[in-house]
Design a protein around this ligand. Structure first.
Ligand code: GDP
Ligand code: MN
Ligand code: MN
Length: 252
């Protein structure tokens, strides 16, 4: 197998209302079955998911948590507002978000956001955002692409951060190897490869984390993946998630 990957150059600072799908078509030549990888940061900016810290009303709960984890109570409040459940309050806030994603600080960013007082929430429905970008690209170019929206996440048990998929369209989240055989005829029983996270991880290398200004990558050549899909497939059902259960038990 051979694939190529590159960043899309000359992307401006994204402002609310910008059409990301249209911008991609203007800045690069799209081909059938390209995988278009977009950092959540610019999707959020285009969807005006920006909050000013000074506009946030802090509750007693946020005050209490902020004292424990030494964070800005207004920031803590923003995280709580995006969350369905708190799994850890300190040393950092780990929450389950309304869409089922479990992540630190509800994925809210300070970096690469204009203005000292501004914070950036993740897109409200990242799968929907991905679908919109995919459909815009189809309308403009007639090409069917897959879209993966990424964020940089820390990982439990391992140091360092990697790209992770937070919203997808036109691609299945996983490639299921179960029932196929290995080199020696043994049937694979558990391997269900989270391909959109792998795509996000590699694309994150191309995008970088700093001032590169490269929030979009194209991966070309992985032809087999064009199918409907949702990121929900990667969120472990609550009754199977032993780690969340242990965290809940610990906090009682
Ligand atoms: P996240 O991983 O989605 O939280 O995004 P990052 O803050 O790590 O940024 C990923 C890449 O996008 C980096 O190369 C940033 O410089 C770039 N980036 C972030 N915002 C913008 C923007 O508004 N315009 C452009 N051109 N690049 C941006
Ligand atoms: Mn981020
Ligand atoms: Mn990043």
């Amino acid at each position: 197998m051979k694939a190529t990957a590159f960043t899309v150059e000359d992307i401006p600072l994204i402002k609310p209302g910008y059409d990301i799908g249209k911008l991609i078509c203007e800045k690069t030549g799209i081909e059938e079955h390209d995988i278009v990888v977009v950092s959540s940061t610019i999707v959020s900016k285009s969807e005006n998911r920006i909050l000013k810290l000074c506009d946030i009303n802090v509750t007693h709960e946020a005050q209490t948590i902020a004292k424990k984890n030494h964070n800005d109570p207004r920031f803590v409040q923003a995280v709580l507002d995006q969350s369905e459940e708190i799994l850890l309050e300190m040393p950092f806030l780990l929450v389950r978000m309304k869409n089922g994603s479990i992540c630190v600080n509800a994925g809210i960013d300070h970096s690469n956001v204009d203005g000292h007082e501004n914070i950036l929430l993740l897109p409200d429905s990242p799968d929907e955002s991905a679908k919109r970008i995919k459909e815009t690209i189809f309308t403009i170019t007639g090409k069917r692409v897959s879209v993966v929206i990424t964020d940089t996440n820390g990982r439990a048990f391992r140091m360092g951060q990697t790209g992770a998929a937070v919203g997808i369209a036109g691609i299945k989240a996983t490639r299921d190897w179960r029932g196929t055989t290995d080199l020696f005829g043994r049937i694979l029983e558990v391997k269900n490869e989270a391909i959109v996270d792998e795509i996000a991880g590699f694309s994150n290398i191309l995008m970088g984390e700093g001032n590169g200004g490269t929030p979009i990558a194209i991966i070309r050549g992985l032809e087999m993946f064009y199918e409907p899909g949702t990121i929900q497939e990667l969120y472990r059902p609550e009754n199977e998630d032993v780690i969340s259960k242990a965290l809940r038990y610990q906090s009682i």
